[in-house]
Design a binder for this molecule. Structure first.
Ligand code: RP5
Length: 164
């Protein structure tokens, strides 16, 4: 199976990124984690992106806050799908990172999830790998069904309490 690359601009992003890591673990999808910054370690970030396809990655998740250029810089150096997680941090609380990540110029796409949307970033990467992996696709279907059952159970409890 292809691996998912998980990159974050700082170890201060790790508490949120951990949710993406845990989601990939739940689906038994292989992954690699790196702390690479578009600004502080641009050479290492570029090197990772340039070699990612040859190194058996299928998708790359990039989490960064503030002037968040990591996802865009990685996308500039690979044609693998790149998913950006704008991180909530700093004076602008993640809106800066959201705009920096989502407003990519035509030709260099980044699939941007919500501010701190680590679980959805992982699920999106799994959906990408599942295009050619039936076992993974079945696991995604099972999770959707389990999530639906949880909501329906809560609905049944609310209906029983409030609807008379
Ligand atoms: C970004 O700046 C990082 O991704 C992080 O979200 C933010 C703050 O980084 P630190 O100053 O905590 O290392 O590059």
């Amino acid at each position: 199976m292809k691996k998912v690359g998980i990159m974050m601009g700082s170890d201060s992003d790790l508490p949120v990124v951990k949710k993406a890591i845990d989601t990939l673990k739940d689906f038994e999808v292989p992954y690699e984690v790196h702390i690479y910054s578009a600004h502080r370690t641009p050479e290492q970030a570029r090197e990772f992106a340039v070699n990612a396809r040859a190194n058996n990655f299928g998708a790359i998740i990039c989490a960064a806050g503030m002037a968040a250029h990591l996802a865009g810089a990685i996308a500039a150096n690979t044609t693998l799908p790149v998913i950006g997680i704008p991180m909530r941090s700093g004076a602008l609380d993640g809106v800066d990172a959201l705009y920096s990540t989502v407003m990519m110029p035509s030709g260099i796409p980044v699939a941007t999830v919500a501010i701190d949307g680590a679980v959805n970033a992982a699920l999106l990467s799994i959906e990408m790998l599942a295009i050619t992996d039936e076992t993974l696709a079945k696991k995604l279907d099972d999770k959707r069904a389990a999530d639906t059952a949880k909501v329906l159970a809560k609905n049944a409890a609310a209906e029983a309490e409030f609807n008379h």
